[in-house]
Design a protein around this ligand. Structure first.
Ligand code: G4P
Length: 519
């Protein structure tokens, strides 16, 4: 069921994620943005906050206990003429794969920096990921209500460490105790923290209200205009320049100018590459890919949700879609969206939107859905885990439940299940050790399974491939003790040591060993 091309609805979409080092203020910024969008009535409903929000599930209890946000969610809200899709990403580094995949589903990102700390380690890593696709970045320097680093220094650091030019759009008037507001360079207007707005930097009213700080501000702006970068939208869209905003998220100051500029300058839905061709968002025919699967989001439903980014066309309720990997046509009657904490049934979704599909185990991360064209979107990898443990049951009678739980949780992609060909072990691989705690916790609370993770003699894993069927059969025969199937039934070599992997790779030169498995 196609609708006309050049859908203006798609052009209104602004789909982005927030990247930051933990504690820089991502949750606070998210809450304030949602408030502007009218998506929530009260700040404090965003998940994963350290403070005293009541948990709506045991799962959130773990987040609370650990003080981390481990689930990504999607929030849609209208703002002015735009429809904004904000994709949350877990801040903890043990969940970096999840974040990586979420970043494949956005058209731009907002980088939040703590002005007292500057560019931190996790931000650098996330920027590396953004750079792979030249994702346009807007920067918010947060916590100006506290004594922080000199704003010029902060911009220098972004330029040298993150290798992006900075173009300030707003500029702080003082900081810490002397923080009075921000000057908007494009509007030539001072927004004071008390809500007052003064037009024109030269306006004498400014001197009356902020005294000596008025002249300081003028001097700084003169310097900026002489030596700084002017905003250049094409450089921003190419990921070479970042517009910079200053403010204090906790006081909801400085974010409105950011959001106003964001909806105007941020890119609308961008084309996506498939193996066969590039798909344009204006194409009439529907296409989308799954970048995330999450189990048991709602403890009352016990379902798994596949998050799909719409790349082209329009989703309409009840339409039939081709699940390209399985070749099956499925009717999608009840796709969902995630409006703040509520799930609403969507009638229509356009390029740039994210929809949630109920998944009963058939959908995998990376799957493409179309109206019939056998497209396969690229660029959504699965990383080889670095840590491996064997799942050991306390009550052997719960084996079935353990298997079910592990399969479902590992389908989410954050941890990976390997089943050796020659043993009955269940080996879980993860990129960070916190994953094992999360899996054990969820097995207990969501599947009623008590299980422990014990050390196992696996150092690393590689997905193996060989076009020569006889060679592959020979390899499987001789190496069967070190081979396993992953959750999708793909063959993987689980090496007892790195040296063993190296030797095996040398010995079997015609077999290909992959550290990532592009789904
Ligand atoms: P995160 O999601 O990036 O991890 O950061 P989050 O928003 O949870 O903020 C981390 C801490 O920084 C929180 O304090 C939060 O209140 C504080 N914060 C956020 N924005 C600002 C700001 O503009 N100014 C100041 N001074 N602080 C800010 P916390 O005490 O660790 O947690 P909480 O108990 O307040 O939630």
């Amino acid at each position: 069921m196609s609708t006309t091309a050049k859908s203006p609805e798609g052009h209104r979409r602004r789909t982005f994620a927030i990247i930051s080092h933990p504690d820089a203020g991502k949750t606070t910024v998210t809450e304030k943005l949602l408030l502007f969008g009218g998506a929530i009535q009260l700040a404090g409903t965003v998940k994963g906050r350290k403070s005293d929000r009541h948990a709506t599930s045991d799962w959130m209890a773990l987040e609370k206990e650990r003080g981390i946000s481990v689930t990504s969610s999607v929030m849609q809200f209208p703002y002015r003429d735009a429809m904004v899709n904000l994709l949350d990403t877990p801040g903890h580094e043990d969940f970096s794969e999840d974040t990586y995949r979420t970043l494949t589903a956005v058209d731009s990102a907002l980088m939040v920096i703590d002005a007292a700390k500057g560019v931190e380690e996790r931000t650098i890593k996330l920027m590396d990921v953004c750079r792979l696709r030249n994702t346009p970045i807007i920067t918010f320097m947060n916590k100006l209500d506290r004594e922080g680093r000199d704003p010029m220094d902060l911009m220098d650091e972004v330029e040298t460490v993150l290798k992006m030019d900075c173009a300030p759009i707003t500029w702080p008037v003082g900081m810490g105790q002397r923080f009075r507001g921000v000057f908007h360079l494009l509007e030539d207007c001072v927004y004071l923290a008390n809500g007052k707005q003064i037009d024109g930097l030269a306006n004498p009213e400014l001197d009356e209200i902020i005294g000596d700080q008025a002249q300081e501000l003028r001097d700084e702006i003169d310097l900026l205009r002489e030596a700084g970068n002017a905003f250049d939208r094409s450089a921003y869209l190419a990921g070479q320049l970042t517009p910079v905003f200053f403010g204090s998220a906790i006081n909801n100051f400085g974010l409105k100018p950011l959001l106003d500029c964001f909806v105007e300058m941020a890119p609308m839905p961008q084309p996506h590459e498939a193996t066969q061709r590039v798909v344009d968002p204006d194409e009439a025919s529907f296409s989308g890919f799954v970048f995330k699967i999450q189990a048991n989001m709602d403890p009352n439903h016990r379902d798994r949700i596949a998050f799909m980014r719409v790349c082209s066309g329009v989703y309409t309720k009840g339409m039939k879609l081709r699940h390209v990997r399985t070749g099956k046509d499925v009717r999608i009657a009840n796709a969902i969206t995630f409006l703040a904490s509520d799930r609403d049934h969507v009638e229509n979704a356009y390029a740039g939107d994210i929809i949630g599909l109920h998944n009963h185990g058939t959908i995998q991360i990376g799957d493409t859905f179309t109206e019939g064209e056998p497209l396969k979107f690229t660029g959504i990898p699965n990383f080889a885990p670095e840590l491996f443990r064997r799942a050991v049951l306390k009550d052997p009678m719960r084996m079935k439940a353990l298997q079910k739980g592990l399969v479902e949780l590992c389908e989410e992609g954050a941890s990976q299940l390997f089943r050796p060909l020659t043993r009955n072990d269940l080996i879980v691989g993860a990129v960070g050790s916190l994953q094992f705690d999360v899996v054990a916790f969820r097995l207990k609370h969501e599947y009623g399974v008590d299980c422990q993770f014990e050390p196992v003699g696996v150092a690393t894993a590689r997905w193996v491939h060989c076009d020569d069927a006889r060679m592959l059969a020979d390899f499987k025969d001789r190496q069967s003790d070190n081979l396993a199937l992953d959750v999708s039934g793909e063959l993987a070599y689980i090496a007892p040591t790195r040296v063993n992997l190296q030797l095996t790779e040398e010995r079997w030169a015609d077999i290909e060993f992959y550290a990532t498995r592009e789904h």
